[in-house]
Design a protein around this ligand. Structure first.
Ligand code: NAD
Length: 306
């Protein structure tokens, strides 16, 4: 049997840990030796109201099982207070799971500034504030693991979710850059697009489907990515749910390169459109410099080849 992954001596901050995915993360890491900060604002799935109960129930459950946990009731918008809770209670922070989230689904025709701003505050500002506060600790100790939470809605778009999709795709860019800045300090950041039964999905998915989507089945991938044995997988985008997991990446068509002179017109593009969208010889860029290299290579081509 494979050895159990353990997190003894480590401190895990889980945002939105009062229910759904956050709760199962918190229970798991506490059961594997970590001290856990159980953060939850305790509001509705639309981001209304607040209550200490959500976090307290999870902390009680962890302690009753002999684990170590403290509650934090702040909104992730005040992520510095959440990290403060970790430092005050346990003296360190090793793993940050940016998981808290809400929905304000509405067609774009009817969206209000409030729907837009609230989603961005919780998902984007919340993840930023927590990571920003944890970062100096991670750098100093030359160890940090971050999981940010995107969504298939962010990767592919989804009707009624312009606000949520934008915020969730922002998690991808955020993670990619954290990964690039963090690697030197052994700070690894990955982003997941989970799928799981929770109060967020119970109104939009049929019960028989939800039965196959236990939140617990997202945990093993997260646990693997944030474990100290992972020293290389960073900047990864993973879809995970129902026991399935897969990595995603950008794919670029080989593209069309036109000579930048008077012949470079919209008509020339239309004539060659099939090359713009031809994925038969794909490239898999992973950084802004990839495009510059592409351009440099093209400079080496003679006019006729262009
Ligand atoms: P959930 O509603 O069960 O859990 C989210 C938790 O976050 C709740 O306990 C809530 O109180 C808390 N929360 C909300 N706003 C907060 C704030 N400002 N500060 C602190 N806590 C706050 O939903 P879930 O399905 O477990 O979602 C967890 C994460 O996964 C979210 O980021 C969600 O967008 C994402 N996600 C979930 C699914 C899915 O299928 N369940 C799919 C894609 C993405």
């Amino acid at each position: 049997m494979a050895e159990q992954l353990r997190y003894d001596g480590q401190v895990v901050v889980v945002t939105g840990a009062g229910g759904g995915l956050g709760k199962v993360y918190a229970l798991f890491f506490a059961s594997r030796g970590a001290s856990v900060v159980v953060n939850d604002l305790g509001g509705s799935f639309k981001g209304e109201g607040n209550s200490a109960k959500a976090a307290d129930v999870v902390v009680d459950e962890i302690r009753a099982a002999g684990g170590k946990a403290v509650a934090n009731y702040d909104s992730v918008e005040f992520g510095d207070r959440i990290i403060d809770t970790a430092i005050k209670a346990f003296g360190r922070v090793d793993i940050l799971l940016n998981n808290a989230g809400i929905l304000r689904d509405v067609s774009f025709k009817n969206i209000t500034d409030q729907d837009w701003d609230l989603i961005n505050k919780v998902h984007v500002k919340g993840a930023y504030k927590c990571a920003r506060a944890a970062w100096p600790h991670f750098r100093k100790q030359k160890y940090g693991r971050v999981i940010n939470t995107a969504s298939a809605a962010g990767l592919f778009g989804n009707f009624g979710q312009t606000n949520y999709s934008s915020a969730k795709l922002a998690m991808v860019g955020f993670t990619e850059t954290l990964a690039k800045e963090g690697i030197k300090y052994n700070i690894l950041a990955n982003v997941i697009a989970p799928i799981a039964a929770s109060r967020m999905t119970e109104t939009v998915m049929p019960p028989d489907m939800l039965a196959h989507l236990r939140p617990d089945w997202v945990v093993p991938l997260v646990a693997t990515l944030v474990h100290k044995s992972n020293t290389t997988e960073t900047g990864g985008i993973f879809e995970v749910g129902a026991g399935h997991m897969a990595k995603l990446r950008w794919e670029r068509s080989s593209g069309l390169l036109l000579k930048a002179d008077d012949s470079y017109t919209p008509s020339a593009i239309i004539k060659n459109w099939s090359k713009v969208v031809d994925f038969s010889q794909p490239q898999y860029p992973s950084g802004p410099n990839d495009f510059l290299t592409l351009l440099e290579d093209s400079q080496k081509l003679g006019p006729s080849e262009q």
